[in-house]
Design a protein around this ligand. Structure first.
Ligand code: AMP
Length: 329
């Protein structure tokens, strides 16, 4: 069994036990980790405490329907509820809580902390995913697990760690996965289709990015994707972010970014990944944030795009210079 910081897990469980009404929310534009952690926690609380009212809120995404159905609630009716926020540190990026007057907020998240802070707050930047944290919670408290809950958590962990490739995959990740599989006997190989099944349009679009990505001398890979291209390839605005990890391990590319035009919202959606330079501070200069090596941002003008690209390119240059002087020492 995974050994963890049991005092915070106990506090989280105590809060869950205390409230008859619980609303669980996650970030806008959800990925598998956000969706799976929300639904898995809801289902585990319902299974353990059938008398409680527990809802997972936020806009549903049809391609993630395998994980389960999200709930529609009347936000004005839950003034005494506990709001549990998963996988997001900033209140303005929480989906589905407009007008909700909850009694208390509790965050469980693996991003660097920002403005959400309740009396009980569990932030673990060393965790590969929020699903890893929810699995730790369930495996170390009386919260119940079934095959579906375990499958959801497994998919969230595999997806957010990019199949255990990213640096925040740790021995604890493998231990949690081991315990999940042992406790629930999930047939994990059969689950991969839910993460990796994709259309030929998306594969062709990946080819478009590969053919058009610019790589600078300092090791920045970048591409600005106009909305026409999104239409032409029959993909959607979430597709570039879904594909960005496929551009890992390109020799001499230290940082790579996809900048996608969103005409409807008059904004460019930005995904950034890094092999070395820390990028979340640069992202924060452009209405963004995230992890040290995996961030996102929102850019509003072409001038800002130029400045953003220059900032990332400078980061690469600095990083290379520092690496060379370390070798020389
Ligand atoms: P993405 O490239 O969309 O997969 O996002 C990578 C990481 O950055 C995720 O952990 C997101 O939660 C975070 N992120 C993306 N967009 C933003 C934003 N506008 N503000 C803060 N964090 C973001």
């Amino acid at each position: 069994m995974v050994t963890i910081n049991s005092s915070i897990v106990k506090k989280v469980f105590k809060k869950i036990k205390e409230y008859p009404e619980i609303i669980i929310a996650r970030h806008v534009g959800p990925d598998p980790d956000a969706i799976a952690s929300t639904i898995a926690l809801r289902d585990s609380i319902r299974l353990t405490f059938p008398e409680k009212e527990v809802y997972a809120v936020g806009l549903g995404v049809s391609k993630f329907k395998y994980y389960g159905i999200l709930d529609k609630i009347d936000n004005e009716q839950y003034k005494n509820a506990l709001l549990i926020v998963l996988d997001v540190p900033n209140l303005n990026r929480v989906d589905g809580i407009e007008g909700l007057e909850y009694k208390e907020i509790m965050k469980i998240d693996h991003h660097p902390a920002e403005d959400i802070k309740g009396p009980v707050d569990w932030t673990d930047e060393t965790s590969c995913s929020t699903c890893q944290m929810i699995a730790e919670l369930i495996l170390n408290t009386p919260l119940k697990l079934d095959t579906k809950i375990a499958s959801n958590l497994y998919l969230g962990i595999v997806s957010d760690s990019d199949r255990f490739l990213l640096s925040y995959t740790t021995n604890k990740t493998f231990q949690v996965v081991h315990d999940l599989i042992k406790a629930s006997k999930i047939d994990f190989v059969s689950l991969y289709n839910y993460l990796y099944d994709r259309s030929i349009d998306e594969v062709r679009f990946q080819g478009y990015i590969a053919m058009n990505m610019v790589v600078t001398e300092n090791g920045l890979g970048y591409i600005v994707i106009p909305s026409d291209i999104i239409k032409e390839y029959h993909v959607d605005l979430a597709t570039p972010a879904n594909l960005i990890n496929s551009f890992n391990f390109i020799r001499d590319v230290l940082v790579w970014t996809f900048i996608t035009e969103d005409v409807k919202n008059k904004v460019y959606k930005v995904s950034i990944r890094s092999h070395g330079p820390v990028i979340n501070e640069a992202a924060s200069h452009y209405h963004g944030g995230g992890h040290k090596y995996a961030s996102g941002a929102r850019i509003t003008s072409l001038e800002e795009i130029d400045a953003f690209i220059k900032e990332l390119d400078d980061l690469c240059e600095e990083y290379k210079r520092a690496s060379i002087s370390n070798i020389e020492l």
